[in-house]
Design a protein around this ligand. Structure first.
Ligand code: ZN
Length: 157
């Protein structure tokens, strides 16, 4: 599928996520947290990162926020990627999403890495909206960066 057919399918995926907001509603037991603003559009969100007992796998993210359809849908899509994902596999997904969003519509995105978020590929043609799509991903990156490094004990024999 290509062209208008794919575009309208993607529109539908984006609208569904913006209404259903997977993972919305902050949970208390967060390992780390990040609050992000996109002043150019008025989007705002808080992401809580929940990890397993050993701290190397994401249990889930919970989040709350307000703003445009794209910012809310993107966070909902991101939520769906993260349950049970090893922390070490976050970075390649962030990199793939960022590459797609900087491509001005040239990169379609890999559904194996990005799931439903490939539906946001077309948004990359609209420079003003890229920050909306990136907001949740920036929050995730910030929250992951605050986690203790997995090899924190190695320096203390
Ligand atoms: Zn926005």
């Amino acid at each position: 599928m290509s062209g208008a057919g794919l575009d309208s399918l993607y529109q539908e995926v984006i609208m569904d996520h913006s209404k259903q907001r997977h993972g919305a509603g902050l949970r208390e037991d967060a390992a780390t947290s990040s609050h992000q603003l996109n002043p150019t559009c008025g989007d705002e969100l808080t992401l809580n990162l929940h990890v397993n007992a050993t701290g190397d796998t994401i249990d889930s993210v919970s989040w709350d926020g307000q703003g445009c359809v794209i910012s809310q849908a993107s966070m909902s899509m991101l939520h769906d990627l993260l349950g049970g994902l090893p922390v070490a596999q976050v970075e390649p997904r962030l990199a793939a999403f960022r590459e797609m969003m900087r491509s001005k519509g040239q990169i379609e995105g890999d559904p194996d890495l990005l799931g439903d978020a490939v539906a946001l590929a077309g948004v990359s043609r609209y420079v003003a909206r890229v920050k909306c799509a990136m907001l949740g991903w920036v929050a995730l990156e910030d929250a992951v960066r605050q986690l203790p490094p997995p090899d924190a004990d190695l320096g203390h024999p």
